[in-house]
Design a protein around this ligand. Sequence first.
Ligand SMILES: [Mg+2]
Ligand SMILES: [Zn+2]
Length: 426
Amino acid sequence: MRTAILAGGKGTRIGSMYPELPKPMFPMLGKPLLQWHIEQLKAQGLLDITLIVGYKSEAVTSHFGNGKGFGVNISYITEDQPLGTGGALPLLPKEETLLLLGDVYYDVDFREFLKFHKEKEALITLFAHPNSHPHDSDIVVVDKESRVIAWKSKKDKERGDLRNLVNAGLYAFSPEALPREAATVKDLEKDIVFPLVSSGKVFARRTVEYAKDMGTPTRIASVACDIESGVTSTRSHEAKRKAVFIDRDGTINIEDGFLTDPEKLKLLPGAAEAIKLLNGSPYLAICITNQPVIARGEVTFERLDQIHARLDTLLGYEGAYLDDLFFCPHHPHKGFEGEVLEYKIECNCRKPKPGLILEAARIHGIDLSQSYMIGDRLTDVKAGEAAGCTPLGIGLEPFEPGIRMYKSLLDAVSDILKIDNSGKNA
Ligand SMILES: [Mg+2]
Ligand SMILES: [Zn+2]
């Protein structure tokens, strides 16, 4: 078991801010970017590290040496000329390898990531998550088992609406997936990962953990800000996370009968802004929605996925994303034309039952007592209460006494964040 870190970056995007340093040695909150990686790995017992260095490599080797001073064992692969992101991989020993990028900040449970990789018997596992600019990103398409089935380039103008899922730049490689022939490999994605997608053994692990690019001065500053404000650590595996659960129809998008056509989905004013505010806060933004249209036979799972791809796309244009989305496909009453009998059941997930919220809490490790449920119906509020969250209503008339009401999702979210801040300052 080895961890390799690509640390040969020239830092051209950062220009001349630190002309004497290679990018991985740029300082953030008082230490080099690369040192953040080394300390995380050490804390998780991943002690055997290979640094792939090139441009101004002596700055790296003189700082880290053989790693003893940092409690780890460091070896080096030095590229005399840049070999591309995949070029040094054939030089790695053929063993299970975790690969990190030197200019991405991770607050990730690497051991859980590797466990997932083993359980799936994957050749390659990558870490995927939604980001704030999916239209400007390559998108990973996965099936229900988290297997990568397609990779849609941002340059593909015809790719249509897709769920917001982006490769964050963290990989696990089985020994047999590491390339042997140096001459044929230049680019990590194009030459190593893509060709293996068709084998059905490339998987994407999606979590709400923090992983963000630090390739420009603005991005380094934004990661530093997230570390200082606790956004990174509240998403970390060690944290008890908190969330704002959000109903879909009538809360995020305009409700106009049952939505069956992705093209008809329209966001409510301020909804994207509200979700974007949550994305920059310690709260996860998780959509919880009843979709009885499945049981009624009006919408297939594929169609519902297209509706959610449209939702992800519209939010993405405004720099916002949902950390996750859970839906109930059921409906209790039988006897309608076209219905899908297997979903015509009395389930535990249809709001006002709390099943979806409890499931989200189990998957993402959420402390419900510190979380909220926001919706435009009494059923939303009841589901939130039953799950142990603070329920907030959207609308002009109170659903019932004692429920705090707001004009819009944005008003409700702004108030949550205000309460949170005043609590912190008190
Ligand atoms: Mg609603
Ligand atoms: Zn259900």
